[in-house]
Design a protein around this ligand. Structure first.
Ligand SMILES: [Zn+2]
Length: 86
């Protein structure tokens, strides 16, 4: 009790990531399960493409019609490099 207000964390002090302590500050892509580090808007390059396509929202959650959009996305991708499809 009486422990209001967190200690101001001094800059420069390395903070180890405590398990289960709030939102972990990570440099990873915000899409769940993605282990890549983010490049733009919190997404890795691949997921940023997904985001642009509307597959995932900016918080990393999949869109409501994710599967449908994924089909469109993949169709779009394969159309882009239709070269040597055996
Ligand atoms: Zn990612």
């Amino acid at each position: 009790m009486g422990e209001q207000g967190k200690k101001p964390s001094s800059p420069g002090k390395p903070e180890s990531v405590a398990a289960g302590a709030g939102a972990p500050v990570s440099t990873n892509c915000c899409v769940k399960g993605c282990k890549k580090s983010f490049e733009r808007f919190g997404f890795c390059a691949a997921h940023f493409e997904h985001f642009k396509f509307g597959l995932v929202k900016k918080d990393g959650q999949p869109a409501a019609d994710y599967e449908k959009k994924l089909e469109q996305y993949e169709a779009h991708q394969s159309r882009k490099d239709v070269r040597k499809v055996a």
